[in-house]
Design a protein around this ligand. Structure first.
Ligand SMILES: Cc1cc2nc3c(=O)[nH]c(=O)nc-3n(C[C@@H](O)[C@@H](O)[C@H](O)COP(=O)(O)OP(=O)(O)OC[C@H]3O[C@@H](n4cnc5c(N)ncnc54)[C@H](O)[C@@H]3O)c2cc1C
Ligand code: FES
Ligand code: FES
Length: 484
């Protein structure tokens, strides 16, 4: 087990010990390495000025793969055994720019320049992924610019997408790949400083044992919540246990009975390729979850355990009838998600347990599904209301209705009265009326900075009304198409 942090930075291998266990990658780069190209804007994952790439090695393809992350909410121990790529790594000085930097100059994609390194890193990620320039908006949705406007930046993305890699970057990538290959087997990390500790085991047994041995320790995954508690609430975390180095925790797979099992530390981006097979209608919901940087760090498990009433994942999982696997060193239990949320930010997780998987049962062929997020901005915003509608239509009747909402109560919640009002009813105007009345019994939302209670109630009713009317249309169509 390693007691020092090992990573690759600025073209060389680094070993670090003796720094705070909750030091952020951004502060390390700027304050300890004088790598000030990476900027601090919001310090909470919103603006993208601190975007860097984390490279990891894929032994099968023998390639380095990259993901853009927000350095301001990434704790330094999380980069153990990664290549940290900063804007200084891309080109070879002002006279020999990386194609993305060159295109930004030519397209006038920068004015005050504060946001520019972050945009360049997001566009470099697009370039390295060899993604289509049509995806540029997705790659930069987590970057804010207050002066230039996004048009020239998108043009720069188009211009540079197919350019060859910069030789200076390729040389660094070769050096990084050599370093990755020289690493000994990963036996975990136990990083300490003056009694504070960051424990990152690599086996499930060791993770559960660590949880049992130190029930006061805080579990940590993508730190897209915890990073803010460190930066903004100035909280101390003397003991952290990371879930992300355990292979079972990041596995996403279909079980033999067709259940989708999402490991408790799988990120949104890791889970989506298989989750999309269950809910292809969820693409907009997925795209509007935070930004690419956040989705590459944020785990679905963390989103669930955080139990925020305005989290976007839980209402979808409730409507999919998901369960959570809670494991401890002495056993495991499968808890329906409906029983997991016990109050405002309260859950059924015991102090020696870890959420090790989320199980989504196979979807019936005739199930209809829609996940609708209402927020002030399209991208990178938290929901005012999250509505998820799911039912089957059998001979024109609603069956197995599972409607769930976020933003409407102290926890993400199934709309029990509404579901009951629709169950077995003909898809008709009277069912719509009954459901809308029942919805008022289900929820009494509150006023807060995101929306008033009136707004939330009105939006929820309007969304339900529209979804049910679409269902009536589809039932009518089914009826017309049925053989006489
Ligand atoms: C800029 C920004 C935009 C965002 N946008 C959205 C959005 O659009 N929609 C939305 O829903 N959320 C959004 N979020 C919040 C979202 O990123 C988090 O809720 C995320 O999913 C939490 O996962 P994590 O891995 O980062 O958790 P962490 O921050 O690492 O941990 C969060 C909590 O979960 C606990 N925990 C984590 N994993 C486990 C486990 N396996 N078992 C038990 N406990 C565990 C931790 O102890 C901690 O209490 C946003 C966050 C940011 C910073
Ligand atoms: S400083 Fe704004 S996202 Fe990190
Ligand atoms: S160029 Fe000034 S914030 Fe983007």
């Amino acid at each position: 087990m390693s007691t020092v942090l090992e990573f690759f930075l600025k073209g060389e291998a680094r070993q670090v010990a003796g720094l705070d266990t909750t030091l952020t990658l951004l502060d390390y780069l700027r304050d300890h390495c004088n790598l000030t190209g990476t900027k601090e804007g919001c310090n909470e994952g919103d603006c993208g000025a601190c975007t860097v790439l984390l490279g990891h090695y894929e032994p099968l393809s023998e390639e380095v793969r990259y993901r853009a992350v927000n350095a301001c909410i990434t704790l330094l121990p999380a980069v153990h055994r990664h290549w940290v790529v900063t804007v200084e790594d891309l080109g070879d000085g002002p006279d020999n720019l990386h194609p993305v930097q060159d295109a930004m100059v030519r397209r006038h994609g920068s004015q005050c320049g504060f946001c520019t390194p972050g945009f360049v890193m997001s566009l470099a990620a697009l370039h390295l992924d060899a993604a289509s320039p049509d995806q540029a908006e997705t790659y930069i949705a987590g970057n804010l610019c207050r002066c230039t406007g996004y048009g020239p930046i998108l043009e720069a993305a188009k211009d540079s997408a197919e350019a060859p890699r910069h030789p200076a970057f390729t040389a660094k990538e070769h050096a990084a790949a050599q370093w990755f290959r020289s690493l000994s087997l990963d036996t975990g990390l136990f990083y300490e400083r003056e009694g504070d500790r960051y424990d990152a085991p690599v086996s499930l047994k060791a993770l559960l044992q660590a949880r049992k041995d130190d029930p006061d320790a805080v579990l940590v995954a993508g730190t897209t919540e915890l990073g803010l508690w460190v930066n903004k609430d100035l909280k101390d975390y003397p003991s952290l246990i990371s879930t992300t180095r355990v292979p079972e925790m990041t596995a996403v797979t279909f079980l033999v009975d067709g259940t989708l099992s999402i490991g408790g530390a799988a990120t949104y981006e890791q889970a989506w390729p298989l989750l999309r097979q269950v809910i292809p209608e969820g693409q907009d919901w997925f795209d509007r979850f935070a930004s690419k940087q956040i989705r590459q760090q944020a785990t679905i498990g963390g989103n669930v355990v955080n139990a925020s009433p305005i989290g976007d994942g839980p209402p979808v999982l409730l409507a999919l009838n998901a369960s959570v696997k809670l494991s401890s060193i002495s056993g495991e239990r499968l808890v329906p998600l409906t029983d997991f949320f016990t109050g405002y930010k309260q859950t059924a997780l015991a102090s020696d347990e870890v959420l090790t998987a989320i199980h989504i049962p196979p979807r019936e062929n005739d199930r209809q599904f829609a996940a609708l997020k209402v927020s002030k901005r399209k991208d990178q915003d938290i929901s005012a209301v999250m509505a998820v509608f799911s039912w089957r239509l059998e001979n024109g009747r609603f069956r197995d209705v599972r409607i769930a909402f976020g933003g409407m109560s102290a926890t993400p919640m199934v709309a029990q009265n509404t579901n009951a009002a629709l169950e077995g009813k003909d898809a008709s105007a009277s069912a719509v009326e009954a459901a809308l009345t029942a919805l008022s019994e289900d929820f009494s939302p509150i006023d807060d900075l995101r929306a008033s209670a009136w707004y939330r109630t009105t939006v929820a009713h309007n969304l339900l009304d529209a979804a049910l009317r679409e269902a009536i249309d589809s039932a009518t169509q089914q009826h017309e198409e049925a053989p006489a």
